[in-house]
Design a protein around this ligand. Structure first.
Ligand code: DMJ
Length: 565
């Protein structure tokens, strides 16, 4: 077994704890001294490998990988975390300012979590002002599941164990009579799958399988376009209105594809084809709408509502995000989804961009011919995927496209930064209104992650310090305006004042996304390497598994018709 690209073979015995520790130290020292690193494709972690296969294989991995494998393959209960493992994930960057910032973020995460535990345990979300709770997701303890991957990554072991225990004993989908198909998929199914990928604890996979079987009834609609609401107890899904938003149909494929690879159940392996069917429908309409599809689809007929707006913001945003991420998850093989993503970016560049005299870049919303200057904070999701695509050696892009996409990512990120920098309280509202060369904020800061997501990805690909600074300014403003000293964090009613009023809401994504991206911005690049993980839209990392490469070609256009759900 090669360590850190060193030339000699070093086999280790499964039972020899000491040899492993020596290897870890040696490996770290060699890597630090030499700067050697492994090629990403040689180092991809394979959850399907057995100890034996591992020992027999000729694989190359760096010290973090060794620690990771040690943690996983030596049969310690998952709750007994290893400090070294935590170190490899969360705190490997030496310089003290970043460590200090990570510690502050950790403290904030703990505060949010503990407040939820005290006042809302087992319910969906904390209401920080009334110190009570809400059950807007059907009452399935959404904050617990949504927090798992963050707790794990930050090394908050006892918190993770407590969450795991609750999931084992109390997460019971038979109690849920109304759950949103999309929200449940990204927060709960995604959270469980990610917790499984990180910890290799099968409990999470089994819960994910149970949930996915119940959610699969969403596809029992006349057109195969999913029903947006599900009674998980009765195993029936339904609609209240005739159309479903684009993001709600098109932001479940990543989770269902991940599940199809992990599960041994043939029904669940096939379920992804039901969700992939929408990609075919979207593909057929893509030319007509220049890559930027209308935001609503009829559940009865499966056709796009031409009268609905075309936008990169809500309620479409994460569909476009997943086009790129599905390509990454496929081991960069599913060119059909990448092509749809490329057409989307072309459409954005053709029709949607407005550059102001002040150097800002906004994206219109277009309804038929009419352009509107309502720009959602949600659109700040876009730089992350643009910069990832334009920097990927595997992306089939021309040099001209690469520089255009990078430029767009930079400009949009700057504008997202301005949403915060120009807000009186330093925290962006839900959207801005733009017209006659001017813009103003609307709504209050909802603890949202999208701008931080942009800063994180821009940081990873450019290493420009300004992105770390932008993120820190936001964190400080969150501490100033959103912190409730004895009960978590509160969203804001209106961002247009210096002293904004708090709202009685702590969205679960502050734990799954906002604090996670903050933490990662000040961690080193080996922490959740982007070569090895793809984040679902709720920032739950899912493994880009080499198994995907072995199993199939992953093109919906070639494989989806061959298998039934
Ligand atoms: C999250 O639930 C997800 O990021 C989703 O894609 C969009 N909205 C929130 C965060 O703002």
């Amino acid at each position: 077994m090669k360590l850190c690209g060193s030339s000699g073979d070093r086999r280790f015995s499964r039972n020899s704890f000491r040899v492993i520790l020596v290897d870890i130290l040696l490996c770290t020292t060699i890597a630090q001294a030499s700067g050697w690193s492994c090629l990403p494709d040689q180092c991809v972690y394979d959850p399907f490998e057995t100890v034996q296969a591992l020992e027999e294989s000729e694989s190359c991995f760096n010290s973090a990988e060794l620690l990771r494998r040690y943690h996983i393959f030596y049969p310690v209960p998952y709750t007994r975390f290893d400090n070294a493992f935590t170190t490899s994930l969360g705190s490997s960057e030496g310089d003290s300012e970043n460590s200090r910032r990570r510690r502050e973020i950790l403290k904030a995460t703990r505060h949010a979590w503990e407040s939820y535990v005290t006042y809302a345990w087992g319910h969906d979300e904390l209401k920080p002002l009334s110190k009570s709770y809400s059950d807007g997701f059907g009452g399935l303890g959404v904050t617990i599941v949504d927090s798992l991957s963050t707790l794990y990554i930050m090394g908050l072991h006892s918190e993770f164990s407590k969450a795991r225990e609750w999931i084992q004993d109390f997460l019971n989908f038979d109690q849920i009579i109304e759950a949103n198909f999309f929200e449940t998929t990204i927060r709960v199914l995604g959270g469980l799958l990610s917790a499984h990928d990180l910890s290799q604890d099968k409990l999470f996979l089994h819960k994910a399988e149970d949930l996915a079987r119940r959610l699969s009834f969403a596809y029992h609609s006349p057109s195969g376009i999913p029903f947006p609401l599900c009674d998980l107890k009765a195993r029936e899904c339904f609609k209240r209105v005739g159309a479903i938003p684009l993001a709600e149909v098109g932001t479940v494929q990543l989770e269902l594809r991940a599940l199809s690879l992990l599960s041994n159940d043939s029904f669940l392996q096939g379920l992804r084809y039901s969700s992939d069917d929408f990609l075919r429908i979207a593909g057929l309409a893509t030319e007509e709408y220049n890559g930027v599809l209308p935001s609503r689809i009829s559940i009865d007929t499966g056709s796009f509502l031409a009268s609905s707006k075309r936008t990169a913001g809500a309620p479409s945003d994460s569909y476009f995000e997943y086009l790129f991420k599905l390509w990454v998850q496929s081991g960069y093989q599913d060119q059909s989804v990448f092509e749809l993503f490329r057409k989307f970016v072309k459409g954005i560049l053709d029709e949607f961009i407005v550059n102001t005299d002040h150097g800002e870049t906004f994206l219109w919303e277009i309804t038929r011919e009419h352009k509107s200057g309502k720009i959602d904070h949600f659109t700040c999701f876009l730089p992350a995927v643009l910069v990832s695509a334009s920097h990927s050696p595997f992306a089939p892009l021309s040099n001209a496209e690469r520089s255009l996409w990078t430029e767009l990512a930079i400009n949009l990120t700057e504008t997202c930064h301005q949403f915060y920098a120009k807000s009186p309280c330093g925290l962006s509202g839900e959207h801005i209104n733009f017209g006659n060369g001017k813009w103003r904020q609307h709504g209050g800061y909802q603890l949202r992650p999208e701008a931080l997501e942009a800063f994180f990805f821009m940081w990873r690909y450019t290493h420009e310090q300004k992105y770390r600074n932008y993120a820190w300014e936001i964190f400080e403003r969150i501490q100033e305006h959103c912190l409730v000293p004895d009960a978590g964090y509160a969203a804001l009613v209106d961002s247009r004042t210096r002293k904004p009023k708090k709202e009685d809401t702590m969205h679960s994504f502050i734990l799954s996304e906002t604090f996670k991206y903050l933490f990662l911005i000040y961690s080193d690049d080996g922490t959740l390497s982007l070569d090895r993980y793809v984040f679902n839209t709720e920032a739950h990392p899912l493994i880009i598994s080499p198994e995907i490469r072995r199993k199939e070609t992953w093109s919906w256009s070639s494989s989806m018709f061959n298998q039934s759900p």
